[in-house]
Design a protein around this ligand. Structure first.
Ligand code: ADP
Ligand code: ZN
Length: 601
């Protein structure tokens, strides 16, 4: 890399920044920005206020409130719930005007354009002087990707414990990166992008790195948030640079961590960086579409939320593979512990299997951290070996410190969850319209559920029948019923289920005309209007008599499903017990394993 970087660039940059700042002065300086509470305070003094302007953003969901005071000063604040402020201002008798925010922006456009032109002109000059390679100049580093090329980290699949299925899915990618020619000659189409989905710390980065290591190819890693800068266009330039670099070194892997920072569904979120993000995303899609199928670049991306991703990135020829990286089950946790214990000196009394059993909900990173804390404690104690007590202490510390992230689960909770989930599963299995069972798990999920039962309905019918709805209600009640049958007491764990059951029953009665008693009448409550402060009576399009008939009918439907569901579970108490035992042992069982319990009868 040449070092003739012009020192000149620093003063010039400062000059530029000064110029830019100056042009913004008339627009920004005279309005002091208020916090939410300050704004509330200000609005409680209408006597100080002359008039108010609200500038609404393009999405109509947020804006700036600008308050002109009697002493000719003005203050402003960002607000989201604009109708609420309108009501408030009306109540206080303050005159206000609403205008789209873009007006202000458009009037500034010429200024901005000319500044940008000067800016790029300058960059060009600097670039020429620096002989095109002035990579040290900060100014020119803007468009350079910040991707780091990992030195050969020596990580391969043997460094990833558990995750057998995930590794299996990635083997194909490894093969392709190793022998791209072979695949090309065969005319095989190979995926370009793989998206890894899982909670933080489950080992997504590790897995991507290991894939590169296994195939022995370069690994470029960058985080989605590195792309999203405040200067429009920089992100896109970085993407171009990154892919350019990768093409020169193919076959290789590009890893984009936190891809949701760039690839969020277009048109969501509040804030000014939309355009920037969209441009970056578009550039990424262009690059991915642009390189030929077999050019030897695999883009791997990680996220913990697929639901907020722009569907465009999942289209064929882009990220067409999805690998879900779940939290490890008992067996995987033991393997991870063993792997990380390798370079630590453990006392004889350490029982890693036992540790694995007590750490349900921990991710790989949590487990690594656990052993690390234990090792630190031993060192602080000037001992040579880590003992079980160190691990127990670290466990308590981790359990309290990261309570939300990985709740430590008691044996009792585990048992209740196992019964609860099996209750759902038995019904999913028996009721053909909603099943069969795909997976039952009592590993807590990131969003607070203690476990889950995933059905895999095999029909793709568009309409839902009355029988299906009834079966859905029954399956949802299975959890609570199992708790009732086994434990002497019931828990609060079933509230989501109860909500779902009630929701279905109410919809059957008031929307789908599925109750003979009520008939074909549509009577949905206009819940939206309630928030606008209208009297609730205005929004009800049926009388009190009807209201109580609906409630009775909903209750009747719920009770009926409950009775039928309970009967089915009571006929299968042996399965309930067997499955619960299996679940406590393995934490996650497949649909096949579960179905086997039935055939053993
Ligand atoms: P993510 O990218 O999903 O947030 P990382 O890949 O950064 O998670 O994982 C953090 C650390 O946790 C890894 O460096 C590794 O030490 C440990 N880890 C996570 N999963 C595993 C696993 N399956 N085997 C071994 N170590 C793991
Ligand atoms: Zn449930």
């Amino acid at each position: 890399m040449n070092n003739k970087t012009p020192r000149l660039s620093l003063p010039l940059t400062l000059l530029m920044i000064g110029l830019i700042a100056l042009t913004f002065v008339p627009f920004k300086v005279f309005s002091q920005r208020l916090s939410g509470t300050e704004l509330k305070n200000m609005l409680s003094h209408p006597e100080l206020i002359r008039e108010v302007t609200i500038e609404v953003n393009a999405n109509n969901d947020a804006g700036e409130i600008i308050i002109f005071l009697n002493d000719n000063k003005s203050v402003k604040a960002t607000i989201v719930d604009i109708p609420q402020y309108e009501l408030m201002l009306e109540d206080m008798g303050i005159t206000y005007t609403i205008e789209p925010a873009s007006d202000g922006f458009i009037s500034m456009l010429p200024t901005i354009m000319s500044i940008l032109m000067m800016f790029f002109f300058l960059m060009m000059i600097l670039n020429l002087r620096g002989g095109g390679g002035g990579a040290n100049a900060k100014l020119m580093n803007f468009g350079k990707s910040r991707a780091r090329l990992a030195e050969d980290s020596g990580v391969n699949f043997s460094n990833v414990a558990g995750m057998e299925e995930e590794k299996e899915e990635l083997k194909e990618i490894v093969e392709f990166l190793k022998h791209p020619i072979k695949f090309r000659d065969m005319g095989a189409r190979i995926p370009k992008g793989v998206i890894l989905v899982g909670s933080p710390g489950t080992g997504k980065t590790l897995l991507a790195k290991a894939t590169a290591g296994e195939a022995n190819v370069p690994f470029y890693s960058i985080s989605g948030s590195d792309f999203v800068e405040m200067y429009v266009g920089v992100g896109a330039a970085r993407v171009r640079d990154l892919f350019g670099e990768a093409k020169k070194n193919s076959p290789c892997i590009i890893f984009i961590d936190e891809i949701d920072a760039v690839a969020r569904r277009r048109g969501t979120g509040v804030g000014g960086s939309h355009d920037e993000r969209e441009q970056t995303l578009n550039q990424m899609l262009v690059e991915m579409d642009g390189f030929a199928q077999n050019q030897g670049i695999i883009v791997m991306a990680a996220t913990n939320r697929v639901d907020i991703l722009d569907p465009a990135i999942m289209r064929p020829g882009r990220f067409d593979r999805k690998v879900t990286v779940g939290k490890p089950d008992v067996k995987a946790r033991e393997e991870i512990l063993r792997l990380h214990a390798k370079n630590k000196h453990l006392e004889e009394d350490v029982d890693l299997r036992r540790v694995a059993q007590t750490t349900a909900g921990f991710t790989g990173a949590d487990l690594e951290n656990l052993l690390n804390e234990a090792a630190i404690a031993a060192t602080m104690d000037s001992r040579e070996l880590v003992c079980q007590r160190d691990i127990n202490n670290a466990f308590i510390k981790a359990g309290i410190g990261t309570e939300k992230k990985s709740r430590v689960i008691s044996e009792r909770d585990k048992k209740i969850t196992a019964y609860h989930e099996t209750g759902h599963a038995i019904l999913f299995h028996l009721l053909k319209d909603v099943g069969p069972v795909h997976i039952i798990s009592i590993i807590p999920t990131g969003d607070g559920a203690a476990g889950y039962t995933m059905p895999l309905p095999d029909s793709e019918d568009q309409f839902t029948t009355k029988t299906q709805l009834k079966h859905m209600m029954m399956a949802a009640m299975g959890g609570r019923i199992a708790e009732e049958l086994i434990c002497d007491d019931i828990t609060t764990g079933a509230s989501q289920d109860i909500k779902q059951v009630t929701g279905i029953a109410r919809a059957m009665v008031t929307k789908f005309g599925m109750s003979d008693e009520i008939g074909m009448i549509y009577c949905e409550e206009g819940s939206d209007d309630v928030f606008l402060g209208y009297d609730i009576a205005h929004t009800k399009n049926y009388g009190d008599n009807m209201l109580s008939r609906i409630d009775n009918e909903v209750k009747r439907l719920v009770d009926e499903s409950y009775r039928e569901a309970k009967k089915l579970i009571m006929e299968n108490m042996d399965v309930l017990e067997a499955s619960c035992k299996l679940l406590i042992e393995k934490e996650k069982i497949t649909g096949e394993e579960f179905a086997e319990l039935f055939s053993n009868k």
